[in-house]
Design a protein. Structure first.
Length: 92
């Protein structure tokens, strides 16, 4: 069942906290990258792994879809993460 919900691919990482508010400015670049997701944390992990010559990898847990108009309500993310953490440990 878990494998049916997994998706692998390239992830675009950005340091712009408000990228989704100006999505049209970056949409072409994101589309050309053929990325399956956009995040803000992977670049930090990659940079530090490279800097200290430590092998690294990232496994993202996505709890919202800002471009789909879904609003994350208080407590909703906590419930999501409680279920997803154990799955991540089994996968990774």
């Amino acid at each position: 069942e878990v494998k049916q919900r997994l998706r692998t691919g390239t992830v675009v990482t950005t340091d712009d906290r408000n990228w989704e508010l100006r999505y049209s400015a970056s949409a072409l670049r994101f589309n050309l990258s053929r990325a399956v997701a956009i995040d803000m944390e992977s670049a930090t992990i990659a940079a530090q792994g490279y800097r200290f010559r430590v092998p690294y990898g990232t496994l993202l847990c996505v709890s919202d879809k800002p471009l789909h108009g879904e609003i994350k309500l208080p407590g909703q993310a906590n419930r999501f993460y409680e279920g997803a953490i154990s799955e991540h440990l089994q996968i990774g």
